[in-house]
Design a protein around this ligand. Sequence first.
Ligand code: GDP
Ligand code: IMO
Ligand code: MG
Length: 425
Amino acid sequence: MPATIVVGTQWGDEGKGKFTDLLAKEMAMVVRYQGGHNAGHTLVVGDETFALQLVPSGVLYDHTTPVIGNGVVVDPFVLLSEMKMLTDRGVDCSNLKVSGNAHLILPYHQQLDALHERHLGKNKLGTTKRGIGPAYADKSMRTGVRVQDMLDEGIFRAKIEAALSYHNKVLTKVFNRLPVDPDELADKVLSECLEGLRPHIADTINLIHGALESNEQVLFEGAQATFLDLDHGTYPFVTSSNPTAGGACPGAGVGPKHIDRIVGIAKAYVTRVGAGPFPTELFDDVGDAMVDIGREFGTNTGRRRRPGWFDAVMLRHAARLNSLTELAVTKLDVLDTFDEVKICVAYEIEGERVEELPYHQSSIHKATPIYETLPGWKTDLTQVTDRKDLPKEAIEYLNVVQDRTGVPISLVSTGPGRDQFIQFD
Ligand code: GDP
Ligand code: IMO
Ligand code: MG
């Protein structure tokens, strides 16, 4: 029963969308298992660019069933507008399935996300303000509203009323805002979203297991990334779900035995959006060049991404946390013009050489990277599709990445396009 997970190994935007789309060619089903529309996954096919937030990146193929799993938080308005955008562009979304157990992001979650960020002031996390944290908090508090609740008007209204009986106190008494009227909100969601979503609401557990039991290939598409994981990331500068590969099990309803391939997606350098520690961060012209050449601006928030050199210490940790079976390295072409390229192989922390990611976050803040410096290849890689055409310096860079992370590289991406990749193994 073959199942594959695609997981981000850094702080997001590694190119998970591109490789999910690429691997989806062989898949019967592509399942999102966590996160929400804080994700921005970009697919480039010929002249067309698709920026997806909630719809799984397998949607472009007719033969794949895109599934939004129970672990995802779904803004029904965003999902419908994304489906409309795709349909208007000729992509068939009729096959899309949404778990009835997935929780809804409602407008008050977004309002609370923004207010909480403002409340944090200079300690703000830099969230996407999509309501992700408040929606997962409601899920944990058992005051969440699920997709399936929309199918029973009485239950839906009662749940919104119960959630707002608490949140309205927070909005009015803590933040001095107007209360949200539960009936008006329920009317709006039911009138604007229910008919559009109804045909897509499904028992996704049955669907996924049906596919696995028929020996069909299923791909689990992670959003965000290992170091944004609620448990394993640089807390509190993380998202509110478990993007790590293990998160696919509760987030889609499968046991770990089903998973036999775990593809870690790693940028050839590192970027991060929002606040939090970043040992290899660059504040110089080299970092600016990474941002300019790599177009490092958020897919859906437009924010500038913070750039830095590849960090093999983080990657070794990511390999352990995710049981990576292979690495797919993206955006190698962005380094094409660099005279030299660097890989962080260890940290120096208070005079000591440290090879493993420190468990104490204060140490990560104090870490100075120890680099291995390699010559650049000074060659345009964007047209290279065969390993034998890679310059020896680029091969050496990838070999050092494999060696220092301990994970074999299977695929290398040399441009945003679907055809711009190299089979490296
Ligand atoms: P995701 O969130 O992990 O799916 O990544 P994003 O889509 O947010 O960001 C990756 C960006 O890099 C997108 O604009 C992609 O089109 C682009 N991209 C992906 N792979 C490559 C590559 O190998 N080279 C270049 N230059 N761009 C790439
Ligand atoms: P993809 O799937 C990069 C970051 C935010 C913020 C933190 C918490 O495209 O890789 P949240 O809104 O989730 O509560 O924000 O997480 N973040 C991402 N950064 N890529 C993403 O998704 C992200 N999703 C959330 O910038 O620092
Ligand atoms: Mg992204």
